[in-house]
Design a protein around this ligand. Structure first.
Ligand SMILES: *Cc1c(COP(=O)(O)O)cnc(C)c1O
Length: 358
């Protein structure tokens, strides 16, 4: 049976390294901690000293409070109008616009607020400096607890000049905001921004996700980065098993629709894992896996099986590694989009989940 092994010691190692950044950490644990399971992940991060968490989902925010108690800070990234719930659980919330403040300020007393600058992301937040300053004024007039200023980059993992532009706009706005208000917490940088620039002097916290889960945020072979000390400890392994070895004669195909046709007589192996287990087809087709520490080509991809090339050293029952420190998710980002896309789809209903270090 194919296994997903999640290693919480590795999450701790990543966190420990980031805690040396010189800034405090807001750990992004949205979407069930990138599918590594929220409760075990936050316990691991907390055990090494992270005490600030961000998620998009109010249920996750409540679960963090219930799991870790009153000592931690929890920031809900998405706007909410569930004011009683956020008060009860002491959850910090986002100001998505001046309009939201004007419509809801009666309910916002005692809730810690983060002012978002929309930047080029434009999912939420003040759209320009004028709106930022209006929000600050409004908070002052109504004695609201404005705690933080933050923004999220749209281009932090792009190297086309757009990131530099959005940084300039953000710093320009923040410079004007801090002239009229002293923010206790300031957070701008996701993993990619921190990795390429190191910490910004202006911030109090960095706000990484994927680095905590052990992946480089972009292709470091082609692009520069400043955080040379960081070694990603891969958060998970996916291990399958050889279920059959088949001799193919020249011209014979295997699997659906001629997906592989033998060019000459060869032995191939059928492995018990496929896209149905939540491994992206783009991770499998034409890529490789490891058997006994040696790389073999994947020839065909099905829902519950793949076919791989082998040699005489491979036998039925051998382990087949799809993801590990040696075959990390970030090697496939140029094929599969974001790292988090590969993590999000891992199917825990068909893979056997094993947890190390809880
Ligand atoms: C997901 C997310 C992050 C973390 O991004 P990574 O690229 O995984 O580091 C940070 N901030 C916000 C607002 C996010 O939505």
């Amino acid at each position: 049976m194919a296994t997903l092994e999640i290693n919480y010691n590795n999450l701790r190692e990543n966190a420990k390294q980031l805690l040396k950044s010189g800034k405090q950490i807001i750990a992004v644990v949205k979407n069930n901690a990138y599918n590594m399971d929220l409760v075990d992940s936050i316990k691991a991060f907390y055990s090494v000293g992270i005490d600030y968490f961000a998620t998009t989902n109010i249920k996750e925010a409540i679960l963090i409070r219930e799991t870790l108690g009153q000592e931690v800070n929890i920031f809900l990234l998405n706007a909410t109008t569930e004011f009683n719930v956020v008060k009860k659980y002491n959850i910090e919330i986002n100001i998505p616009s001046l309009k939201y403040l004007q419509g809801n300020y009666n309910n916002l007393n005692d809730i810690k607020l983060h002012l978002e600058f929309a930047g080029s992301m434009r999912r939420a937040g003040a759209r320009n400096t004028k709106e930022v300053l209006e929000i600050i004024d409004f908070c002052k007039e109504n004695k609201l607890k404005l705690k933080a200023f933050w923004s999220h980059f749209a281009f932090a993992d792009e190297f086309d000049g757009n990131y530099e532009k959005e940084k300039e706009v953000l710093f320009d706005t923040y410079t004007k905001a801090k002239q009229v208000y002293n923010f206790e917490v300031v957070h701008f940088q996701n993993s990619a921004s921190y990795f390429r620039d190191d910490v910004f002097e202006e911030v109090t916290h960095i706000r990484p996700g994927i680095l905590l889960y052990g992946a480089y945020p972009y292709n470091i072979k082609n692009n520069d980065y400043k955080i040379k000390y960081f070694v990603p400890y891969h958060s998970f392994k996916v291990i399958a098993e050889i279920v059959n070895i088949v001799n193919l004669k020249q011209g014979e195909c295997i699997g659906y629709s001629n997906s592989f046709v033998a060019g000459n007589d060869i032995n191939v192996a059928v492995v018990g894992i496929g896209y149905g287990d939540g491994i992206l087809r783009s991770r499998l087709t034409g890529k490789t896996c490891l058997v006994n520490d040696k790389e073999y080509k994947i020839l065909s991809t099905m829902m519950s099986h793949i076919v791989i090339e082998i040699d005489e050293n491979v036998a039925i029952g051998d382990e087949v590694i799809i993801y590990s420190e040696k075959l990390p998710m970030y090697n496939y980002t140029k094929y599969c989009g974001a790292n988090s896309e590969q993590m999000a789809v891992l199917n825990k209903n068909s893979l056997e989940v094993k947890k190390v270090g809880i």
